[in-house]
Design a protein around this ligand. Structure first.
Ligand code: ADP
Length: 189
């Protein structure tokens, strides 16, 4: 089993690199953001709750997102492992993931921190908003998401360093170069 946490600020390229990783290593991909956007599209109760929070650039409550994650994880049959994209985003979520995997005889093997400068993140997210119309990719919400990232999510860097799982990845450069660095980090574990 190979379990990878792909980490980084909004706009750091987690989704794009996750697709490459899935293709090369044959893993399942869990993007909590994608799961929530699918719920919004369906018009479910969860989707309604999620939309309100996501439009403000805030995080969903830990218990809600942890339950979603457990259900998604258990839906995979004969998995080779998983890439966790957009989760964990808080320390309680990281602790829950550790416990959830341990209960299944597994663990996180590596945490990849895609590091991109803040001005580049803004440029990428505004461009994505223009191209895709994604509701939370507007300037005001982006600023909130970056603030939430710094206050609630970035502390996970220290948490994963203590766990001995942290890998820094330079997130600026060509997609191929970044993916090459990611493969080295994964294969070195
Ligand atoms: P990005 O990384 O660009 O912000 P995501 O698609 O990962 O995009 O997340 C979009 C939004 O979904 C977040 O701003 C948040 O509101 C919600 N969300 C996604 N994952 C989580 C999570 N693990 N915990 C709480 N909220 C989440």
């Amino acid at each position: 089993m190979l379990n990878i946490v792909i980490f980084g600020a909004p706009g750091s390229g987690k989704g794009t690199q996750s697709e490459f990783i899935v293709e090369k290593y044959g893993l399942n991909h869990i993007s909590t953001g994608d799961v929530l956007r699918a719920e919004i599209k369906k018009g479910s109760e969860l989707g309604k709750q999620a939309k309100e929070i996501m439009d403000k650039g805030q995080l969903l409550p830990d218990d809600v997102i942890i339950n979603i994650l457990a259900a998604t994880l258990d839906s995979f049959k004969e998995s080779k492992g998983c890439i966790f994209d957009g989760f964990p985003r808080t320390i309680p979520q990281a602790e829950a993931l550790k416990k959830m995997l341990a209960e299944r005889g597994q663990q996180v093997n590596v945490m990849l921190d895609l590091d991109v400068p803040e001005d580049e993140l803004m440029v990428r997210l505004i461009k994505r908003g223009q191209q895709t119309g994604r509701a939370d990719d507007n300037e005001a919400t982006i600023k909130n998401r970056l603030n939430v990232y710094h206050s609630q999510t970035q502390p996970l860097v220290e948490w994963y360093k203590k766990e001995g799982l942290y890998s820094h990845i330079q997130g600026l450069g060509s997609l191929e170069t970044i993916f090459g660095d990611i493969c080295k980090a994964i294969d070195g574990k």
